[in-house]
Design a protein around this ligand. Structure first.
Ligand code: ZN
Length: 460
């Protein structure tokens, strides 16, 4: 065992304890009643970076939640890795489905249970502890900068401006992000693509007030019925999305690329068993891996209207609403898809209702190159620490910031995540394996070493 790995092994219980302290802070970015907690969490992250050995760490205010920036420059002539992550978390609801409090972390069966344990505090903290471990064992082979934001879960609305205003400060050679998952601990993988996002909210209004369903029902359009029909019409019988022009810019994969993608280990039977469903659903002509990785989707995230309380209330409601998100693939553009959605939704609205379409946050899809030295450095690091070559995969989620890094800073990103799809991120009982946490801390220094070596052999 290397001295570095020995250090990580010996200090792992303390690393877990420190992570648990961070997980106790309910930094829910979507809920303004938690603004003080979110600020407190940013400060805790800043302190942890200073303690780990950063020579400079600051809280950068934004119109929303602050960004933590820190750095350790060992030699300006060496390459610089910019580590990105987020300290904010998803709301913990529904609380009754958690077996322990979302902000009362517990370690059970070698897993840390808490909101944010995997997404993304646990993964951010691997980088903090990797820095500490490297500095305690011979130092850094390159420079490192940290940018840990507090608005990833609500769309990173202030990050673009921050990047544009701090181009010099954020100057680096590559961005390293641990906010994704691997196929399994036996089949390590690196995500090479992420889907983009367009997020819409719609409101359908019928009569000017809630009506008595006995007096008016059957004679006035019911906004809930109409909204349900409009939504249902957005997929055809093959589950293709019916918005005109929606697929126009979709990058079509070659047969060879499809074969490669479907080589990733995947059991449909286990997938169904895990979700307790009898059959999967999706766009005709594509496998589940393709449906979640390289094809765009349209999903309902929430729907409401009328009376939903206890008992019966005979009402014909005035309004009905829904939240709808679309996952996008290269080369779809978030703004263009939002526009097509709006035009289509307004067009299919029948004359007995009025509709209002609001656009929430969006993000562009990205594909990260597998032929560059950054990917090679990550693949070698994972092979060294897991004993197996990683499989390149396409992730179904979205990290809009990755496209922004390229656009504003001209930087490519490596998505070296150590979570598992079964970690329940965004769901009750989110957890992160202690082994995943440890493997991450061991692998990050290997990436630093490999990247510095490959970069000095291939200066560009
Ligand atoms: Zn995340």
């Amino acid at each position: 065992m290397t001295a570095l790995n020995k250090y990580i092994q010996d200090n792992l219980p303390r690393f877990v304890e420190e992570l648990i302290e961070l997980l106790k802070i309910p930094s829910v970015s979507a809920d303004s009643s938690h603004n003080a907690d979110t600020a407190r969490c940013a400060e805790a992250v800043r302190q942890s970076l200073l303690k780990a050995g950063c020579t400079h760490a600051e809280i950068c205010p934004t119109p929303g939640h602050p960004i933590v920036y820190a750095e350790k420059i060992v030699d300006p002539a060496l390459p610089t890795i910019l580590t990105y992550g987020h300290y904010d978390v998803q709301p913990p609801d529904p609380l009754e489905l958690w077996t322990s409090g979302p902000f009362e972390p517990v370690v059970k069966d070698d897993k840390i249970y808490a909101r944010g344990s995997c997404d993304d505090k646990g993964q951010v903290f691997m980088h903090v502890k990797a820095l500490e471990s490297m500095l305690a064992n011979g130092g850094l082979p390159c420079n490192v900068k940290f940018m840990i934001e507090g608005e990833e879960e609500v769309g990173s609305n202030n990050l673009g401006a921050f990047l544009r205003e701090n181009k010099e400060k954020l100057k680096a050679d590559i961005v390293l992000v641990s906010d994704t998952s691997m196929i399994s601990m036996d089949t390590p993988s690196i995500e090479t693509g992420l889907r983009g996002l367009a997020y819409m909210e719609v409101e359908v209004t019928g009569p000017n007030r809630d009506l008595h369903s006995g007096v008016y029902g059957g004679a006035v359009g019911n906004p809930i019925t109409i909204l349900a029909k409009m939504i249902a019409s957005m997929h055809d019988e093959n589950n293709h999305i019916t918005i005109p022009g929606f697929y126009d810019d979709v990058l079509i994969l070659s047969e060879a690329e499809r074969v490669e993608l479907n080589k990733a280990p995947f059991s449909l039977e286990e997938y169904k068993k895990d979700l307790n469903i009898d059959e999967v659903w999706g766009e005709k002509g594509y496998t589940t891996l393709e449906r979640t990785g390289v094809r765009p989707t349209l999903e309902l995230n929430g729907i409401w209207g009328g009376y939903t309380g206890e008992g019966a209330k005979t009402v014909l409601p005035s309004k009905a609403s829904a939240k709808i998100s679309m996952r996008l693939v290269p080369h779809q553009k978030s703004g263009q898809i939002a526009k097509l959605f709006r035009e289509h939704f307004e067009k299919i609205a029948p004359p007995y209702v009025k509709v209002k379409v609001t656009e929430h946050h969006g993000g562009e899809p990205v594909v990260t190159p597998t032929d560059g030295i950054a990917y090679r450095a990550a693949a070698m690091a994972i092979e060294e620490s897991f004993g197996k070559k990683p499989v390149p995969t396409r992730g179904g989620g979205s990290i809009p910031i990755v496209a922004l890094f390229e656009e504003v800073l001209g930087l490519k990103t490596v998505l070296m995540g150590f979570g598992l799809d079964s970690d329940n991120i965004h769901s009750p009982n989110e957890h992160y394996g202690v082994l995943n946490f440890r493997k991450g801390i061991e692998t990050i220094p290997l990436f630093f070493k490999n990247y510095s070596q490959l970069k000095s052999n291939n200066p560009s």
